[in-house]
Design a protein around this ligand. Structure first.
Ligand code: SF4
Length: 227
């Protein structure tokens, strides 16, 4: 009951009317969690983490404080992919922190999920100076790390958060407004991708939160169809 009441609070924070799970339905992500650093699964993850930490494949290594590898469950059904670390992420080494991260957490909680039940990563593992958009060559250099993360997690659904993530993942130049609202396939993987707004954008444009909630509901429906 406590969890349900918390979920309702998070829905309220998103300006979303509360919904009720049908009898016996379990919110996605209620499965047992395996930590990404679990020694039993450590070989692939450790190697990848070390490669990323030492990476100098693009010029961003010169200006980063540290790489931002990603966080969450190593076998999550949901993979959340954003753009690149910002100032705070670069400082703390974790994606989606600060106000936008808090809103992302609220979006996840509205689905009955939490940060440790999904896997969160970015297109780029290093912060672009002044939070500029990633350059195409930087994204290309970093792509193999993200691809390996997708291999290892083997998610059932990807939520692409924001324009940069959506456009890079889907090899599209369409705006988020056109990409959201339908189910895409990650090229070469047959893995469903749902696009939604970046929480930083939602903080600036709170009236779009409702559309973001619709995107989450769409993603949840797609996931359930794949279970
Ligand atoms: S952004 Fe990616 S490719 Fe560029 S240095 Fe960082 S980890 Fe390497």
């Amino acid at each position: 009951m406590q969890a349900e009441s918390r979920r309702r609070e998070y829905l309220k924070a998103l300006d979303i009317d509360c919904y009720t799970l049908r009898n016996g339905e379990t919110a996605p992500g209620d499965e047992p969690v395996t930590d990404a650093t679990d020694p039993a699964d450590s070989v692939g993850w450790d190697d990848l983490r070390a490669q990323v930490a030492a990476c100098t494949q693009c010029a961003l290594h010169q200006t980063r404080t540290q790489t931002v590898f990603g966080v969450g469950s190593a076998d999550a059904d949901w993979m959340i992919i954003g753009e690149a670390p910002g100032q705070e992420e670069d400082r703390r080494g974790e994606p989606f922190v600060g106000r936008a991260g808090k809103l992302l957490d609220e979006m996840l909680m509205s689905l009955g999920l939490s940060r440790d039940r999904v896997f969160i990563a970015n297109i780029l593992k290093c912060r672009p100076p002044n939070n500029r958009d990633p350059h195409a060559d930087e994204a290309a250099s970093c792509r193999s790390y993200l691809e390996r993360q997708i291999d290892l997690v083997a998610p059932r659904i990807i939520l692409a958060v924001g324009r940069i993530a959506a456009q890079h993942l889907l090899a599209s130049d369409a705006p988020v407004g056109r990409l959201r609202g339908s189910v895409h396939a990650l090229p070469d993987r047959q893995l469903p991708v749902v696009v939604t707004y970046h929480p930083a954008y939602l903080l600036r444009s709170p009236t779009q939160k409702r559309k973001s909630w619709q995107d989450l509901v769409l993603a949840r429906r797609v996931l359930r169809e794949r279970l």
